[in-house]
Design a protein around this ligand. Structure first.
Ligand code: AMP
Ligand code: GLY
Length: 430
């Protein structure tokens, strides 16, 4: 089978790495890919991953059997629909299904209709009504730009002034069109936990739990980032919480196949949960694999990812079989100095082989490139994802940080406390 993966982050390196392991994988393309995907696939530059027509041409010319869409932008832009109508097998929902991520209002209304536990909310097209609702709700309160804002459109306001300012900021065009509608939401408390599921023909096949670390600095301080580290599974989740999360994912999957939605959803549904004292509630749905969650989930997958993705893309739930390694996985993100603000690129990266010499360590590339001298250099804010597996959480964490120390580039930054709270137990969230 010839396969194309769309996207250029650590998630896409993990996807390409996992697909390439399958004996069924023929030619593998990464569009545009990065320095890591180049090791397992052919990178294709100069093709816009949001241009359905151009991608259809590529798929025909290169005889591609399966297209795997990594990021949200092409999903929301309807690239899966365009490729499907041209006859390709596509892993990823069409534009309608992707609205679960592309519009917070759509997603909240979906949850309300289906009966999935979530925060109380109001949705507004003008600042005055949004402010009135925020005042009624009182601080702390959460303000969300409705559309895609690259993970930056959510403001958790500790006081009312910050909430009102955030509302003004959304409507002033700060987030572009994404902010022309705003969701104001009850502030929930508790540990966060992600549960991703393969969804096809109204059925959800849940993966294992994972927990991201979104803040830039140790102790969950500093600005929000695309994710600084992650581990899987999440040891602090109680069995009844896991059942409630799985139930929510099944409910959501079933609803995508029924009226009034009928999305024919074929891809990953990502549930971002908060484990509140009243039980798990959904903070957000994403219509794709998480980044960096994928980098700890896929190394734990024993089943052949090509088989799973083909079954999902073909709408054949009877052919989806998932088996997991009974191991823990921890990933630490190595970032460029300054990230998530401005940072320099082009710093030479050394020590990846030495890091991968540690037992059960894999290094996925997130923002790397080869320079004119064919040296591997930094090319993004998040540069590398160092992933380690282990028989225990402590073993995986120990191996991961051992490997992290072996990699060097100028300005290397990382969090030293990935998984520390989980290791300390549930009480560390209270
Ligand atoms: P989202 O993009 O909706 O996942 O929001 C990004 C982050 O904002 C989440 O990971 C949470 O940490 C936080 N957040 C979102 N919604 C809420 C909420 N209702 N209460 C508290 N925190 C929230
Ligand atoms: N790790 C969060 C996300 O992928 O949205």
């Amino acid at each position: 089978m010839n396969i194309a993966v769309l996207g250029s982050g650590g998630r896409e390196h993990a996807l390409a790495w996992s697909l390439a392991k399958s004996p069924k994988c023929g030619r593998l393309y990464a569009i545009p890919g990065n320095g890591g995907t180049a090791q397992v696939a052919e990178n294709v530059a100069n093709l816009d991953i949001c241009n359905g027509e151009a991608l259809c041409g590529f798929v025909r010319y290169h005889d591609i059997d399966l297209v795997v869409i990594g990021p949200e932008a092409p999903l929301v832009a309807g690239v899966a629909d365009a490729l499907r109508s041209a006859g390709a097998l596509v892993f990823g929902p069409g534009a309608q299904g992707a609205q679960l991520e592309g519009s917070k209002t759509f997603s909240k209304r979906f949850m309300e209709r289906v009966g999935i536990p979530t925060a109380e909310y109001g949705t507004f097209d003008n600042a005055e009504e949004a402010k009135a609702y925020a005042r009624r709700m009182g601080a702390p309160v959460v303000v969300k730009a409705d559309g895609l804002a690259a993970g930056k459109g959510v403001i958790v306001a500790d006081n009312l002034d910050d909430a009102l300012e955030a509302i003004d900021e959304c409507f002033s065009g700060h987030f572009g069109d994404a902010g022309s509608r705003v969701v104001v939401e009850e502030c929930l408390t508790g540990p966060e936990c992600s549960l991703l599921a393969f969804v096809t023909a109204g059925k959800a096949f849940c993966m294992t739990t994972a927990q991201d670390h979104k803040r830039a600095y140790d102790g969950d301080l500093g600005p929000n980032t695309g994710g600084m580290g992650v581990y899987s599974p999440v040891p602090i989740v109680e069995p009844e919480e896991l059942s409630a999360m799985q139930r929510a994912m099944q409910q959501a999957a079933a609803a995508t196949a029924e009226a009034p939605f009928e999305h024919d959803y074929r891809g990953v549904l990502y549930g971002g949960f908060m484990l509140t004292p009243q039980g798990p509630k959904v903070l957000e749905f994403n219509a794709r694999f998480g980044d960096p969650e994928t980098q700890v989930i896929l190394p734990r997958l024993k089943s052949d990812l090509v088989d799973v993705m083909v079954a999902v893309a073909a709408g054949k739930p009877e052919d989806v079989h998932l088996e997991w390694r009974d191991e823990w996985a921890v990933a630490v993100v190595l970032a460029s100095e300054g990230y998530p603000g401005p940072y320099e690129k082009g710093k030479v990266i050394l020590g990846i082989d030495e890091a991968e010499a540690v037992d059960d360590v894999i290094v996925f590339h997130a923002g790397t490139a080869l320079n004119q001298d064919e040296e591997l250099v930094t090319a993004g804010g998040r540069v590398l994802n160092v992933v380690a597996l282990g028989k225990s959480f402590e073993e995986a964490r120990g191996r991961c940080y051992d490997a992290v120390e072996r990699i060097n580039f100028e300005g290397k930054r990382f969090r030293t406390d990935i998984g520390a709270k989980a290791a300390a137990g549930r009480s560390s969230w209270e």
